[in-house]
Write a protein of this length. Structure first.
Length: 206
């Protein structure tokens, strides 16, 4: 009887350990066309490719891609409550603001939208990270400075970490860009996978 009881306890312990080993974190990526496979098939984009790599490596995290081409901070804010209600995730990475900037939206509006998204996430006990988005310099030094300041201010006021914008390593290499000069092409996707894998792996480890 004692032997059988010990075996049951041991089996139960091993089951718990195996479940713990299989447990993984999920990162919701709330982004725009840069993360939504713009100009290519869905399975050619960096998020899909990274998820496939993580699956093959049996990594301890995966990505839920909530990115939409053309998305603005206002659009992300409008969608976010329904995403919260339908998806379970541990971390939120916000990659929004580029389309706002390209359309010359007032920076105080961009800032307020980001603040509201972060507020909703924090109310649900979700750890938030904000990507330090940039736009081309041809919008003028005054607007560019105001735009850049938005992300630093939001990160500071909400005490969330500001992540480096992955496009800064891509846009400087013309052969990795589509003809519009804004979106990364298919050749750039593997490089973005490496950049974001490093960032996301650190997020789930910290």
């Amino acid at each position: 009887m004692i032997k059988n009881a010990l075996l049951i306890v041991l089996s139960f312990t091993l089951l718990l350990l195996s479940k713990s080993a299989l447990a993984s974190s999920s990162i919701l990526l709330l982004g725009d066309s840069l993360s939504a496979s713009y100009g290519m098939k869905q399975n050619e984009g960096w998020v899909y490719l990274l998820n496939q790599q993580l699956k093959n490596e049996q990594a301890d995290y995966s990505i839920i891609n909530a990115s939409i081409s053309g998305e603005t901070t206002a659009g992300g804010l409008a969608r976010f409550p329904s995403i919260l209600a339908s998806e379970e995730f541990d971390y939120l990475v916000i990659e929004l603001g580029g389309n706002d900037g390209l359309r010359g939206f007032p920076t105080h509006v961009i800032k307020n939208n980001l603040l509201q998204i972060i507020k909703l996430a924090k109310a649900s006990k979700i750890k938030v990270f904000l990507m330090d988005v940039r736009i081309p310099p041809n919008y003028g030094p005054r607007y560019n400075k105001m735009f850049i300041n938005v992300f630093a201010e939001v990160a500071s006021e909400t005490e969330v970490e500001l992540l480096p914008f992955f496009m800064e390593q891509i846009a400087v290499e013309p052969h990795l860009m589509q003809n519009d000069g804004i979106h990364p092409n298919i050749k750039a996707q593997e490089k973005i996978v490496k950049i974001m894998n490093q960032q996301f792996s650190r997020i789930v480890r910290d």
